[in-house]
Design a binder for this molecule. Structure first.
Ligand code: COA
Ligand code: MG
Length: 290
C-alpha cells in the first residue's frame, strides 16, 4: 500500500488555471487533476492541454498526484490518455468503473507505452455494478486505490443519503472491505456543502471511523478539517507509544500480553499502534516536503 497520507484529496478542475496554480501552495495530501465531471464538454480539449503543460512544468511536491481522465468509452478518454501519458503521470484515476475489464483495458494501454511503465491505476467507485464488483476491481492489475464517487452513486441508486448517509453504508463498507482485502488505499466521497464546516467534520469523522484513509474535497476551505480528522491525535500517539513499551516489557518478562490503562494489549494492538505511529511519521514527512 502507498505509505503516503491521503487525509485530504483535493479535486482541481483541469480547466481552471488559477486553481491549478493555487494548489501548489495548499496543504492537501493528494491532488486529483480532473478532466471529467468538473470540466464542461466544450472545455475538454483546452483543459487536457493546460493540464499536460502544468504537470510537465509545475512542482507539486511529494504529494500524490492523480489525473482523472474521461472514461475510455467517451469521445475524450483516448485523447486524454494520449496527451497525459507524455507527462508520465504517477496515477490515472478511471471514472465509472463497472468491473475489472475496465481496469484491464486501461492497464493494457499503459503497458504499451514506456512513459507509463510505472503509472498506477485508481478506480472511481461510483456505479452499482462497480460496487458489486469491488473485490475483483481491487485485485485488477496496477490498481492502487479506490475513490468513492458518492454523488454519482446516489444518483444511480435513486437514494437520498442525508446526514449519516445511511443509504450509502452498504456501498461504503463493501468498497472499504475490498480495498483492505487487497491492501490498497480507500478515500471517501466529497461533501458538497463546502461552506458547512460542521457537516464536513461530521462526515469526515464517519469516514474515518469506517476505516477510510481520507476524504475527497472540492474546495481549499475543506482541507484543514480533513487533515485534522484523519490525522492521529496527540493522545492516540502517546497511548500507542505506551502500548508498545508496555508490550515489550511484558514479553521481556516472558508474558504474552500487557495491560495499559486497564485494557489488554496483545500482539494485534501493537501492530495497530505501530501503524498509527507510521501514519503520524508519514504526515510529518509530507509536511516537510511540500
Ligand atoms: N482547487 C484549488 N483551488 C480552488 C479550488 C480547488 N478545487 N476551488 C476553488 N479554488 C480557489 C479559487 O481559485 C480561489 O482562488 P483565489 O481566491 O486565490 O483566486 C479560491 O480557491 C476561493 O475560491 P471560491 O471563490 O471560494 O470558490 P468558487 O466559488 O470560485 O468555486 C467551486 C467553488 C465549488 C465551483 C470550486 O471550488 C470548484 O470548482 N471545485 C472543484 C469541483 C470539482 O472538481 N468537482 C469534481 C469532483 S466532485
Ligand atoms: Mg463521478
Amino acid at each position: 500500500m502507498d505509505e503516503r497520507p491521503f487525509r485530504s484529496v483535493l479535486y482541481i478542475p483541469g480547466s481552471k488555471e488559477r486553481a491549478l496554480e493555487k494548489a501548489r501552495g495548499l496543504a492537501a495530501d493528494a491532488i486529483i487533476f480532473d478532466l471529467e465531471d468538473a470540466v464542461a464538454p466544450d472545455e475538454k480539449a483546452n483543459a487536457r492541454d493546460l493540464l499536460a503543460r502544468t504537470l510537465a512544468e509545475a512542482d507539486y511536491g511529494r504529494r500524490a498526484k492523480l489525473v482523472r481522465i474521461n472514461a475510455l468509452s467517451t469521445d475524450w478518454g483516448t485523447d486524454d490518455l494520449d496527451v497525459i501519458a507524455a507527462a508520465r503521470p504517477e496515477a490515472i484515476l478511471l471514472p465509472k468503473v463497472d468491473g475489472p475489464a475496465d481496469i484491464e483495458a486501461l492497464a493494457r494501454r499503459l503497458d504499451a507505452r514506456t512513459e507509463t511503465a510505472e503509472t498506477r491505476i485508481w478506480a472511481m467507485m461510483e456505479t452499482p455494478k462497480g460496487v458489486l464488483n469491488a473485490a475483483a476491481i481491487a485485485a485488477a492489475p496496477r490498481l492502487a486505490g479506490f475513490v468513492l464517487g458518492t454523488n454519482d452513486l446516489a444518483k444511480d441508486l435513486g437514494c437520498r443519503p442525508g446526514p449519516g448517509r445511511a443509504a450509502l453504508q452498504m456501498a461504503l463498507q463493501t468498497c472499504l472491505m475490498a480495498a483492505r482485502a487487497e491492501g490498497i488505499v480507500a478515500v471517501d466521497g466529497v461533501y458538497n456543502a463546502f461552506k458547512d464546516d460542521a457537516g464536513l467534520r461530521a462526515e469526515c469523522e464517519q469516514g474515518r471511523d469506517l476505516g477510510f484513509d481520507g476524504k475527497t474535497l472540492i474546495h481549499p476551505a475543506q482541507i484543514d478539517i480533513a487533515n485534522a480528522v484523519f490525522a492521529p491525535e496527540a493522545e492516540e500517539i502517546a497511548l500507542a507509544r505506551r502500548q508498545i513499551a508496555a508490550y515489550r516489557e511484558a514479553t521481556a518478562q516472558g508474558q504474552g500480553v500487557a495491560v495499559v490503562d486497564g485494557r489488554i494489549v496483545e500482539n494485534l494492538h501493537v501492530a495497530t499502534a505501530e501503524r498509527l505511529l507510521a501514519r503520524a511519521a508519514a504526515i510529518e514527512t509530507l509536511g516537510e516536503g511540500n
